[in-house]
Structure formats: structure tokens, C-alpha cells
Design a protein around this ligand. Structure first.
Ligand SMILES: [Fe+2]
Length: 218
């Protein structure tokens, strides 16, 4: 039987529209909670960039690979493989490292330690390889990253950097890209309708806690 294009409504599970609204709200809340760059010392600016780098440089491709391994639909696989291809071909971890070096914010052992526990929680979540929750989490992550780039670039500029390829490349808010991601999610939900809100958003909550840890170091 061919899968239909529309995810079935379940008794307690969220719909695509409610998932998208939840993700947008979570991103808005996080952005609204960012401290003004004017209020940050040079050390605080360095810390935000360093912790962000400690999380992204070595984990983004790993987590996107986890998403690839966990999904079952052709739509979701195709979308994720495009993302992975771009990450590897254009060496995004290298771009991230250049960005941190130029902003004099290469992560130290203390920066890695500061995010250790919350980072581990996201890693363990990804390791469960659950297609819908991971796809929702990565949609949130990509959405957040693109909207966070102007802020991160501003911190880097204030650190005296002009190396902004990372924030330029990742700051493009691509409507088509987002739509594709939600179509992939819809295909996944046909295969495995989420049982509850808690199941669906567990990874988003863990990642949100980690991002708070990156931006305010608590
Ligand atoms: Fe990237």
C-alpha cells in the first residue's frame, strides 16, 4: 500500500501544524531571552561563541546522521542526505572552527565541561533513534540556528573578527528548506504517529536546555 500524503490524526498526538507552532514558539522564546550584546563583557562574548562551537563543531553531523538512521520514509531520508552532503562537501566543521579562531573563542576544556551534562543528555536522546522525535528536534535546531546567526555574528564582530562565513552560510532562512523538512516530518508521522506531546518534544526540550546553557552558561 502506498503511504498517503497526510499524517493521520491520533487521539493524543500532535498534528504537523501544532508541531510547527510549538517549534516556532520555542525559537521565539529562546531568541527573546538572549542577553543584549551591549551587556556582555569580552569574556562573556568569548564564552558564548566557545560553548556554541564546543556543541556544534563535533555534533551537528553526528546528530543529523542519527536522524538519517532513525527515519523510515524516502522523503525524510532524501531531505536529510541533502543536508549531510552539504555539511561534508563544504566542510562546515572547518567553517565553524575558523569562525571560533578568528573571534579568539576556540573552546577550552572549561568550555567543554560547562556544556558536558546537557550535551550528553541530547546525545543519549539521539541514540534512541526515534524517527519522529529526532526529526522534530532537528527541525527546531535548524530553525534556531538560522535565526541565531545575526546575534552570533554580532558577538564575533565585537571580538574583532571579520571571518563570518559560518554565520553568513547558516543565517539564510530558507522557506523552501523549512517546508521540505515539514513534508519529511509528515511522511515520518504516517509511518509512526507520535503517541503524545511529551514523546514528540522531549528532544526539543533537551536541546533548548543545552542552548540556554550555551548562551547564558547555566
Ligand atoms: Fe552546517
Amino acid at each position: 500500500m502506498t503511504a498517503t500524503a497526510t499524517a493521520p490524526a491520533t487521539a493524543n498526538g500532535p498534528t504537523i501544524a501544532s508541531i510547527q507552532a510549538h517549534i516556532e514558539r520555542s525559537i521565539d522564546d529562546l531568541l527573546a531571552s538572549l542577553p543584549s550584546p551591549d551587556d556582555l563583557s569580552a569574556e562573556e562574548r568569548r564564552g558564548v561563541i566557545a560553548r556554541y562551537t564546543a556543541v556544534l563543531e563535533g555534533n551537528f553531523i553526528y546528530w543529523m546522521t542519527g536522524a538519517y538512521l532513525s527515519v523510515g520514509s524516502d522523503e525524510a531520508r532524501a531531505k536529510i542526505i541533502d543536508n549531510l552532503r552539504e555539511e561534508v562537501r563544504d566542510c562546515h566543521p572547518g567553517m565553524m572552527r575558523r569562525f571560533a579562531m578568528a573571534a579568539r573563542a576556540v573552546p577550552t576544556a572549561a568550555d567543554a565541561q560547562a556544556v558536558y551534562r546537557n550535551l550528553m543528555n541530547v546525545r543519549l536522546f539521539i541514540g534512541r533513534l526515534e524517527g519522529v522525535p529526532i526529526t522534530v528536534t532537528m527541525a527546531f535546531f535548524e530553525g534556531f540556528i538560522s535565526r541565531f546567526m545575526p546575534y552570533l555574528a554580532e558577538l564575533a564582530r565585537r571580538q574583532g573578527s571579520t571571518e563570518l562565513e559560518y554565520t553568513d552560510v547558516h543565517g539564510v532562512c530558507d522557506v523552501t528548506h523549512t517546508e521540505e523538512l515539514f513534508r519529511a516530518l509528515e511522511a515520518e508521522m504516517v509511518l509512526a504517529p507520535p503517541a503524545s506531546e511529551n514523546d514528540t518534544f522531549e528532544g526539543v526540550e533537551l536541546l533548548r536546555t543545552l542552548i540556554r546553557n550555551v548562551v547564558v552558561n547555566n
